[in-house]
Design a protein around this ligand. Structure first.
Ligand code: GAP
Length: 454
């Protein structure tokens, strides 16, 4: 299949951000105070969506495998961790300031950046531009432990969840039944003082990561690297991302991080172009050796007749960036019966709400008497919503815009034969099903494979 050059579909980052705000997925943070650059708060549906993304990740890694265990380490670690990991010395981006327009640019992105003056040119492109030399700018947020702001108390908000895993290697191997190859997976917030955040949830300064460190015998590293590149690619496809918009890109040698002997990015074709969704790195024994050296604690695997420092394969994903890719991929516009329809065609397992229960006439006691018990039964098993306001058409549109895959409508026939119509978000097909089997039918559909539109 020839690779696409530009995003195909109705989505733009702006349209998705606007829908997210209008429908209660994501709001600009600190809105009433004028916002805070590139920071976002998740509303009700956004919380549910991101929870579903994280749950799907955890399910595929920990629940459906027997060689991965979980961890939740602290955000603030002993600062020596970041010296050993190389972050204090080297987690920086080259920064250039313009003394005239006061804009800041990443030196490695300057060719594609826009100068602050109008008409916009690349920085340095106008006679007024007055650029500084590039300086290294460390991306770690600093804070202080305790009341005294003294150098000795300086700590960092973690810029990745990975290091919390490496420093727990000994705890995990001595307390749980694990043996290489095995993984430790962690979901949690990370913080980077990005010079150029932007594109909505794509790059923010506070974000959530989903990382796994998979510890393997050194001779098996290449095998497991390839395994995890394929497995992680398949995870996105199984959750509905269009295959035409997903690719694997191996890093060139000069792109590799200091710890990596091989990295492949999974890239998604966002409306802003092909961009990193997740990185899978072969970190070798860099981290365990570095922490062993700096802490004085041996970090190795000791088996019956073997002893070695495992190598590490790391699939490192972002929960917010993954959620953005699912939002963008799901976003669609079409015309139905002469009316425009915006719909989020989420995989049902990712959809914030699985089913809406809609009495055809909200004030009809007979219909409500059937609809409420059905809703209360369904919500025990899945995220469900009851809506008896506005016309049925408006209620369908609202559910389409939050991506609810199924709507159950209770009408006058329900009073006669205890059946309801089930409306499919994507095909708009409606069929009658008995109320008694509705819950099992939906639970069964949630387990079925699902395919995005062609
Ligand atoms: N431990 C390796 C590591 O952190 P990374 O490529 O820097 O690797 C992994 O980050 C993933 O975390 C990225 O692929 C992306 O999904 C997410 N991520 C990184 N920086 C981010 C940011 N500023 N905003 C949102 N997501 C980010």
């Amino acid at each position: 299949m020839a690779e696409l050059a530009t995003y195909e579909g109705a989505a733009t980052i702006e349209k998705v951000a606007s829908l997210c705000r209008r429908r209660g997925f994501v709001y600009p943070s600190s809105d009433i105070y004028g916002g805070l650059g590139s920071a976002y708060d998740y509303g009700h549906y956004g919380v549910l969506l991101k929870q579903n993304v994280k749950a799907a990740w955890q399910r595929s890694l920990a629940q459906e495998r027997d060689d991965v265990v979980l961890l939740d380490s602290t955000i603030i670690l002993n600062p020596k961790v970041w010296v050993a990991s190389g972050h204090v010395g080297g987690f920086s981006d080259p920064l250039i300031d313009c003394r005239t327009c006061k804009q800041r640019f990443r030196a490695d992105h300057i060719a594609t950046a826009q100068c602050g003056k109008r008409p916009s040119k690349p920085p340095g492109g106008t006679p007024d531009c007055d650029l500084t030399e590039a300086r290294e700018f460390n991306l770690m947020f600093e804070t202080y432990l305790g009341p005294m702001h003294e150098t000795a108390d300086k700590v960092y908000l973690r810029p990745e969840t990975a290091q919390g895993i490496f420093i727990n290697f000994k705890n995990v191997t001595s307390s749980l039944r694990v043996k290489p190859p095995f993984g430790i997976a962690q979901i949690g917030k990370s913080f980077r003082n990005e010079i150029t955040p932007g594109n909505f949830l794509f790059r923010t300064r506070e974000f959530e990561q989903m990382e796994m460190e998979f510890f393997v015998p050194p001779g098996e590293a290449q095998h497991w690297f390839e395994f995890w590149v394929n497995a992680r690619r398949q995870w996105y496809l199984d959750l509905g991302l269009r295959e035409s918009h997903l690719r694997v890109r191996a890093h060139d040698v000069d792109e590799l991080s200091h710890y990596s002997s091989g990295t492949s990015d999974l890239e998604y074709l966002f409306p802003i172009g092909w961009s990193e969704l997740e990185g899978i790195a072969n970190r070798g024994d860099f981290d365990l050796r570095a922490h062993a050296e700096h802490s004085g604690t041996k970090l190795e695997w000791i088996g019956q007749d073997e002893r070695y420092v495992p190598h590490v394969i790391e699939p490192a994903a972002g929960a917010d960036r993954a959620a953005l890719s699912f939002l963008v991929d799901a976003y669609d516009e079409e015309e139905v019966g002469g009316e425009p329809r915006v719909v989020l065609r989420f995989h049902p397992r990712l959809a914030p709400v699985k089913v809406a229960v809609l009495p055809l006439v909200g004030k009809d006691e007979g219909l409500v008497g059937k609809a409420r018990p059905l809703y209360e039964d369904l919500r025990r098993a899945m995220s469900a919503e009851y809506d008896d306001s506005a016309s049925i058409g408006k209620r369908y549109r609202r559910q389409d815009e939050i991506g609810t895959p199924w709507a159950l409508t209770i009408d006058h026939q329900t009073l006669e034969d205890d059946t309801v119509t089930i409306r499919d978000r994507d095909s708009l097909a409606q069929e009658r099903i008995p109320i008694a089997g509705a819950r099992e039918l939906l639970l069964d559909r949630l387990e079925q494979p699902w395919h995005p539109r062609p």
